[in-house]
Structures are given as C-alpha cells and as structure tokens.
Design a protein around this ligand. Structure first.
Ligand SMILES: CC(C)(COP(=O)(O)OP(=O)(O)OC[C@H]1O[C@@H](n2cnc3c(N)ncnc32)[C@H](O)[C@@H]1OP(=O)(O)O)[C@@H](O)C(=O)NCCC(=O)NCCS
Length: 183
C-alpha cells in the first residue's frame, strides 16, 4: 500500500472515490456525488489516497478553515472490505504530517451520530454535557472510537445537528508540540 496525493485530473481514481462516497454515505451523497467530488478536489484542499497500484483503498481530505492553523478533516473513507487493517490510521498519520508541514496546529472534525450509535444520541445534550461526553459509550461501531485511538479528543457537540437527539460530535487533535510556539 502507498499513500500519496490524489491526482485531481485522474478520472479513474475520482470515479473510485465517488463510488466509495456513495457507498459509505448514501443518505448524504447518492444524489450529489459529482458536486461533492468537485469540492473535494478544490485547489486549497488536501486530498490523499491509499493505493494498491491503481486501486484506491481509501482516502482522506482536509479543508483549511482558520487560515492554515486549523484544518477540518473531511472526509475519511476506507473501502468496506479493507477496514480494520490499519489503512484509516495510516491515512490520518499522512494527513497530520502534510498539515504540520503547512504550519497547521489543530485538526478537527465532526462525526455525526445520526443513527443512534453512541450514548450521546437520544438524550438532551444541553444537560450534563461534560459528564455525558466523559462517559460516552459506543453502541454500534461509531467511528468516534477510531479517532480516539488516534489521539483525537471529543471537544464538544452540536446538539440535534441532524435532528432531535442526533448530534454531531466534535473532535480535535493538536498536531504540533506546545513548546514549538516559543521557538
Ligand atoms: C472509520 C474508518 C475510516 C476507519 O478506518 P480503518 O482502516 O478501518 O481503521 P483502522 O484499521 O486504522 O483502525 C484503527 C483502530 O480503530 C478501531 N476502529 C476502526 N473503526 C472503528 C469503528 N467504527 N468503531 C470502533 N473502533 C473502530 C480499530 O479497531 C483499530 O483499533 P485497534 O488499534 O485497537 O486495533 C472506516 O471504518 C470507514 O471508512 N468507515 C466508513 C466511513 C466513516 O464512517 N468515516 C468517518 C466519518 S466521521
């Protein structure tokens, strides 16, 4: 497996990427996958792929949202039959290295819980939020745990972002050492 920048002019790779988007998130992209691919290949964004020769095994993207210091991770997808093999972790690491080289400090993301996969769903997050975050349980293989295993922390939620009781879970990671600031 090799991780490298996705060639934004390679239509074969972009078709594979589009198929992965629709397979992973049909509710979001089934009817607008072409538009989403267009935004993912915008000049200011980072888009990295994990390849086995010409076959795309997974990809990860990021958007500079606070100049170059704060980047939003969006999206990360590993092909279904290639999951739990470390590819997602390798993609995250490659993204962190790429962003650090551009002067980034923070990577953050929103990981929706729209299908009641964590204990943060179906509850009023305006009450006892910090206890609820501290005691979060993964009910159905929600990916927040994948990010936690890679050093990301839950820093907040957007209550009801996807409908009542269906929050977006906000996670972040500092990718630069604090003492670097003083150099
Ligand atoms: C989330 C995703 C990118 C993870 O990729 P992956 O290649 O399977 O992840 P890795 O193999 O690197 O997993 C690293 C660790 O996270 C764990 N993990 C991965 N996905 C997990 C999940 N959904 N729930 C709980 N733990 C998970 C793995 O078990 C592994 O743990 P270990 O180190 O204790 O063995 C992949 O499952 C995917 O594409 N899912 C569909 C799209 C998606 O949900 N994207 C994220 C939207 S916010």
């Amino acid at each position: 497996m090799e991780i490298k920048e996705i060639d934004k002019n390679n239509t074969d790779t972009l078709e594979q990427l589009k198929a992965m988007l629709v397979y992973a998130f049909p509710h979001a992209y089934a009817d607008c996958a072409d538009e989403e691919v267009e935004t993912l290949i915008s000049d200011d964004r980072i888009l990295l792929g994990a390849f086995d020769n010409d076959m795309l095994l997974g990809f990860i993207g990021a958007i500079p949202q606070y100049d170059l210091t704060g980047w939003e991770l969006h999206p990360i997808i590993v092909k279904k039959e290639q999951r739990y093999l470390g590819i997602g972790t390798a993609l995250l690491k490659a993204l962190e290295d790429t962003i650090a080289k551009k002067g980034g400090i923070t990577i953050y993301l929103g990981t929706d819980d729209e299908f009641y996969k964590t204990s943060l769903s179906n509850t009023d997050l305006y009450e006892d939020l910090y206890d609820k975050i501290k005691n979060i349980k993964n009910i159905g293989k929600h990916p927040y745990e994948f990010y936690e295993k890679n050093g990301y922390k839950i820093t907040g939620v957007i209550p009801d972002a996807n409908g009542l009781g269906k929050p977006d879970i906000i996670m972040a990671k500092r990718i630069r050492k604090l003492q670097d600031e003083n150099k």
